[in-house]
Design a protein. Structure first.
Length: 142
């Protein structure tokens, strides 16, 4: 997948989110120099929520999605699905007072599914349908 130059910053964030997803999954071998206990993974998740996930979602909500709508992008249903998944993911992360291995695993898979949907479907469709508008688009600071 070749990403449009104005979406590369977000795609790099998505890559970091995929690494987080792998760390959280129970059925994936531990990554070297990454958290490997439930407590450490939960702390890592909370830090990434503040530093990576929420800023990424904010850029999408405040800048990218409104631009897509303004451009007449036909994938409004897909944007709605992604927005709902973002909301549900935040609820999964902040909902419980304490995470266990099962909840972290579920969050890992939810992150992976969301990122894959954005990258493989949403961004691909926007790049195909709105290339000229993307060329003129300037993403707010990430």
């Amino acid at each position: 997948m070749r990403r449009h130059k104005n979406l590369i910053v977000l795609s790099r964030q998505h890559h970091q989110m995929l690494v987080l997803a792998q760390v959280l999954k129970a059925d994936v071998p531990d990554y070297k120099n990454m958290p490997n206990t439930v407590e450490a993974k939960a702390g890592f998740l909370n830090q990434k929520l503040k530093d990576l996930i929420l800023p990424n979602f904010k850029i999408h909500k405040n800048s990218l999605y409104p631009a897509f709508i303004e451009w007449g992008f036909s994938g409004s249903k897909l944007m709605d699905e992604v927005t709902m998944q973002e909301h549900d993911l935040i609820q999964e992360i902040v909902g419980p007072e304490q995470h266990n291995e099962e909840s972290l695993n579920e969050i890992g898979y939810a992150i992976e599914q969301l990122v894959r949907k954005k990258e493989r479907y949403l961004y691909e469709a926007v790049q195909e349908e709105c290339k000229e508008q993307l060329d003129q688009f300037e993403l707010e600071e990430v």
